[in-house]
Design a protein. Sequence first.
Length: 431
Amino acid sequence: MGRNLCVLLLPTLTAAQNLIWLETPPLWESKAFSISADGHIVVGQLLTPDHERVAYYWVNTTGRFFPELGRRQSTARWISANGNTIVGWLRDEHGYPAAFRLTPTSAELLGALGPDGSAATASSADGSVVVGWTSVPGSARHAFRWTQETGMVDLGALGGAESLAAAVSADGRVVVGQAHSEIGEWRAFRWVDGTMQDLGTLGGTWAEAFGVSADGSVVVGWAEHPTGAMSAFRWKDGEGIRDLGTLGGAQSKALAVSADGSLVVGWSDTPEGTRRAFRWAESTGMEDLTEVYRALLPDGSELREARAITPDGRFIVGWGYRKATGRLEAYLLDTQRTGSSVQGSPCSEAALSIEPQPVEGNGMVRYTVPEAAVVRLELYDALGCHRAVLFEGWQPAGEHTQPLPALRAGLYLCRLQLGQRILTAPIIALR
């Protein structure tokens, strides 16, 4: 029999708050639309001096753009939480938008249900479910949900002509966006298992949804007041729609939300009429990110829009005005404080153990995921050589096990990454 080994894994936090302006070619502008859960990969769009749009992805570890991802007039709109799938759209040979899905092993166009093209806007955490909009016969656009098994499925509308999907839950089950009502008003919707729900407004006639929590229970966007002003909202299952206010200006828009629904980001007008990126939490209300992180912007640059936030709430991407270059550029903001934990962090405690197994068995690794997170579990030998990836992907909260490969007697190291936390524990293989 093998021996039972239990180790409490204590994460070491060494990161500090940091702001990176994503290096943009001279005279070009850039926008960041999405970020992987570990904060290493950003995707978005470059705008050339002649107003052509070029899809790109940017890797934090190398600090370089890779604009060859797409052709001219293309946009990378989303990267999956595990960093393996990028979706967006490009212009086809006829000038129509064409939804694409790019993985490390494949590149494919998803097609359309009508003659005027399609666009992909988001994916599930593992990239297996893609949502967006497609043209349909009659020149209208409808929200779609795509998988390899089903292809592109039309989600319909709220009694009207059009709908657009903007985001999808981590497991791909809940889709949110905006759809026409019977009288042609745009309304925020939440689609689950074939049913499209109108999320209401703030007293006006217009609403749109742009982001959804990991489990689909929290939706964010903007909605109209009776006065016609638009404000960011947060809708929660069982509670309904809530006005998040503004930074003192006329309007605001919520664009993304953390995995647990506690942190919301977007943009808001200020009393002076300037657009600023915001972060909202129950405990703080709406905060101006330019003012909160003024120490990272000593030259007077401004964060204008927060477009995406990692599931644990640590990293935020978007774009702002960079004074050093005098143009709009994409940014990556790391909000982590040295030695502190992030609200909504997917790993506050974790345990890794080797279960007793017969000698002829290869053993199992047991680990706990306190909150739903992107998980990567790897095995190294005593010399630090990588032996195997035991698991990689999104996992729900709870206890999980993964089988070990056949190992010779000796010392090994298991490396567990949950969100931004990396934890390690030794394994002693006995034969």
